[in-house]
Design a protein around this ligand. Structure first.
Ligand code: BGC
Length: 611
C-alpha cells in the first residue's frame, strides 16, 4: 500500500467528489483518448479523465512550448465547472521511455538494453530524474515507463525495452527508477507507470502481443518479481500486457489484475489498459468492454474508439453486467492518484515550475546520458589491444550507422518507429561527430564502397554497423508464420500481428551490407574496430571473425560522444552483458539454463588499459 494514497484527508476529498459524480462523469474519468481524436471541447463534453500521445503523436512544431500550449488547453477544459461538468484535472500520458523521446531537442538516453549493461541502479535514478524534468518541461505529468519486461527471446521486437533477460538487474532498477520519476510527488515529479503486467518478456517465440506459457511459479519468479520493488517505491500506475498467460489474455484476467496485483500485492494506484488492448478479448467489442472492466482495469486506453467504449460501458452498468461498485473502485483510484500527485493543486501547465525550462536538452542533462552511454558499452573482443585508439592514428570511419543519430536512437524516438539520419535528432552527436571531436584527422567514408580504404592512408578503421530503428511487433524476427498460427491457436481472443523486421537473427543475412563494408576494409589489411548498434543480441559470428575489436553499443541515444570517449580511452569500458550472447538462433538462451552454451555469457565484458 502506498502511504500517499492512504492519507485519510485525501481519501475524504475523493469520496466527496465521487459522491457528486454522475455515471457519465465516472465513465469519462475511466476513458483515455489519443490527442488526435479529441479536442479540449470534447474532453469536457465527455468528461474524459486522460489524454495520451501515441508514439510520435506531437503537437505544432513539436517544441516544448507547443506541448505546454496543448496541455494548457486540455487542462483549462478539464477544469471548467458548470451545471453539467465537474472540475477534475486531466492527466496527460506519454511514452517517455528513454528520455522525453517524442520531443525535438530532448536528451535521448540509451534504450533499456544498454542501461542494463551498466548495472548501475544509482545511474538509473539520475536518468529518471532528468527524464522527469524533460517531461515536465512539456507540461506533461505521466509517463508509461519504466518497462519491467524480462525479455527471454531475442526474436522479440521489444527486447531493447528490457533491461535484462534476468530479473535480478530489472529488480535492482525498478524501485530506483520509479523514485527518480515520482520523487516526493511535488513539483519535480511525474507519475510513473510500470508495464506490461505481466509476462510480456516471456512471450513464446518472441512474438509481440503473443502468448506466454509458464507455470505460476515461473511467472512470479521471473516476470512478477521486478514489480515488487516498484510497488514498494509507491508506483502510482500499472499498464496491462497485450500478452496472454497460458491462453488467457491479461486484459481480461481478473486473477492477475484484481486478485494478485490489487489483492495480494496491495496495489492501490490505478491500472491502465494498453493501446486498444481490450479489443482482442472478444469478437464483439461490447463483450470486450465488460471483460476488460470486470477484470479490474481502471483506465482504458481507447485511443480512437473512445466514444463507443463510453456507450458500451454505460449500457453495461445500466444492465448490471458491470457492477457500479467496479466503476466506483476504478474512479476512486484514478482520483486518488490525481490528488496524490498534486494535480488538483497545480496551476495550469504553463505556470508550473519546470514548464518550458531551459534545462530541457541542456548540456547538464546530456552529461548524464553521455555517462550512461560510456557505461553501457560492452567490449567483446580486443585483439592485440587495438583499443583504446590513439587520437593521432589515421582513422577511417565507415558503416551505415556511423553518422546516423536516428539509427543510434532506435524506435520510440520522435516517431514511433524511430527516424533515419541526423535531421530529427536535434542536439547530441552521432558516433562520427563524437569521433571527429576527439580525432580531428579521422575521415568519414560516406558510402559502403569505402573506396578510401588503403593501408597507406589509414592505420585502422571504426565500422559502425547494425540494425535500423523499429518498435514493438515491427521489430520481431521470425522465419515464417507457423509460430503465429501456433500462438493464435493457444489464445482465447485474437492477436494483432505486425509485419516483422526480418526472418533471421544472423546479421550477415539480415544486413549483408555490414559484412561487405567490413570485408572491403580488412581485405586491405586495415584492422577494424566494429561497433554494433542493435536492440538485441544478434548472431555476429562472421562480423566478429573479421574484426580486431568488437563493441556492443546497443541503442545509445543522442549522445554518440559517449561511444567515442570510450574508444579513445577517455573513459573505461565497464559494461557487462545483461543478455547472454547466443551462438545460434534457437533455442533462446538465458542465464541459468540447462546446457547453457552462449557465445559470450551473461556478465561478460572485457576492459582495456587506458592510455
Ligand atoms: C505499447 C505501450 C505504449 C502504448 C502507448 C502500446 O502500443 O504497447 O507500451 O505505452 O502503446 O503509446
Amino acid at each position: 500500500m502506498n502511504p500517499a494514497l492512504q492519507n485519510p484527508e485525501l481519501q475524504k476529498k475523493v469520496d466527496n467528489l465521487l459522491a457528486r459524480m454522475s455515471l457519465d462523469q465516472k465513465i469519462g474519468q475511466m476513458t483515455q483518448a489519443e490527442r488526435m481524436t479529441c479536442t479540449p471541447e470534447q474532453l469536457k463534453q465527455y468528461h474524459l479523465g486522460s489524454i495520451l500521445s501515441g508514439g510520435g503523436s506531437t503537437p505544432g512544431e513539436n517544441r516544448p512550448a507547443d506541448w505546454v500550449d496543448m496541455n494548457d488547453a486540455y487542462w483549462a477544459a478539464s477544469l471548467e465547472e458548470d451545471a453539467d461538468h465537474l472540475a477534475i484535472p486531466l492527466i496527460y500520458g506519454v511514452d517517455a521511455i528513454h528520455g522525453n523521446n517524442n520531443v525535438l531537442g530532448a536528451t535521448v538516453f540509451p534504450h533499456n538494453i544498454g542501461l542494463g549493461a551498466t548495472n548501475d541502479p544509482d545511474l538509473l535514478n539520475s536518468i529518471a530524474q532528468v527524464t522527469a524534468r524533460e517531461i515536465l518541461a512539456t507540461g506533461v505529468e505521466w509517463t508509461f515507463a519504466p518497462t519491467l519486461a524480462v525479455a527471454r527471446d531475442n526474436h522479440w521486437g521489444r527486447v531493447y525495452e528490457s533491461y535484462s533477460e534476468d530479473p535480478e538487474i530489472v529488480r535492482s532498477y525498478a524501485g530506483k527508477f520509479v523514485e527518480g520519476l515520482q520523487a516526493d510527488l511535488g513539483d519535480d515529479s511525474v507519475v510513473a507507470c510500470v508495464k506490461h503486467w505481466v509476462g510480456d518478456g516471456g512471450t513464446n517465440n518472441g512474438i509481440d502481443q503473443g502468448e506466454t506459457t509458464l507455470s505460476l511459479n515461473e511467472l512470479e519468479r521471473t516476470h512478477m518479481s521486478p514489480y515488487y520493488p516498484a510497488l514498494e517505491a509507491g508506483v502510482l500506475t500499472v499498464m496491462v500486457s497485450f500478452n496472454s498467460w497460458n491462453g488467457d489474455k491479461c486484459h481480461g484476467h481478473q486473477a492477475l489484475v484484481t486478485d494478485v496485483l490489487k489483492g495480494q500485492l496491495k496495489f492501490d494506484g490505478f491500472v491502465v489498459s494498453d493501446w486498444d488492448g481490450i479489443d482482442y478479448l472478444a469478437e464483439d467489442y461490447y463483450q470486450a468492454v465488460a471483460l476488460g472492466v470486470n477484470s479490474g482495469i481502471d483506465m482504458f486506453m481507447v485511443p480512437e474508439n473512445w466514444q463507443t467504449f463510453i456507450q458500451h460501458l454505460r449500457k453495461h452498468v445500466e444492465l448490471g453486467t458491470v457492477p457500479l461498485s467496479r466503476i466506483d473502485d476504478a474512479v476512486r483510484r484514478i482520483l486518488l492518484v490525481k490528488h496524490a500527485c498534486g494535480l488538483f493543486d497545480k496551476p495550469r501547465p504553463s505556470q508550473r515550475k519546470w514548464s518550458n525550462h531551459a534545462s530541457f536538452g541542456s548540456d547538464e542533462h546530456r552529461a548524464v546520458a553521455r555517462e550512461a552511454v560510456q557505461k553501457s558499452l560492452v567490449l567483446l573482443k580486443n585483439d592485440g589491444n587495438l583499443l583504446p585508439l590513439q587520437r593521432k592514428s589515421r582513422i577511417l570511419v565507415a558503416g551505415k550507422n556511423a553518422d546516423n543519430r536516428g539509427h543510434q536512437c532506435g524506435g520510440f524516438t520522435v516517431a514511433w518507429q524511430g527516424t533515419d539520419g541526423n535531421e530529427f535528432i536535434e542536439g547530441g552527436t552521432s558516433l562520427w561527430e563524437g569521433i571527429q571531436s576527439l580525432s580531428p584527422t579521422a575521415v568519414l567514408s560516406e558510402d559502403g564502397s569505402v573506396a578510401e580504404a588503403s593501408p597507406e592512408n589509414f592505420d585502422c578503421a571504426i565500422v559502425v554497423i547494425g540494425e535500423r530503428p523499429y518498435a514493438e511487433g515491427m521489430g520481431d524476427i521470425r522465419m515464417n508464420n507457423d509460430v503465429i498460427v501456433e500462438a493464435g491457436s493457444q489464445i482465447k481472443g485474437s492477436m494483432k500481428v505486425l509485419e516483422p523486421y526480418g526472418h533471421t537473427l544472423e546479421l550477415a543475412e539480415l544486413h549483408p551490407e555490414d559484412l561487405a563494408t567490413i570485408q572491403r576494409i580488412t581485405e586491405q589489411g586495415i584492422p577494424c574496430v566494429v561497433v554494433l548498434i542493435s536492440g538485441r543480441t544478434l548472431l555476429i559470428n562472421k562480423e566478429l571473425e573479421q574484426s580486431t575489436a568488437f563493441v556492443a553499443a546497443w541503442l545509445p541515444g543522442s549522445e554518440g560522444q559517449g561511444v567515442a570517449d570510450v574508444l579513445f580511452g577517455d573513459a573505461n569500458f565497464q559494461g557487462k552483458l545483461a543478455f547472454s550472447w547466443p551462438k545460434k538462433a534457437r533455442p533462446p538462451i538465458n542465464r541459468g539454463d540447462k546446457d547453457y552454451d552462449p557465445l559470450f555469457p551473461y556478465g561478460y565484458g572485457l576492459t582495456c588499459q587506458r592510455t
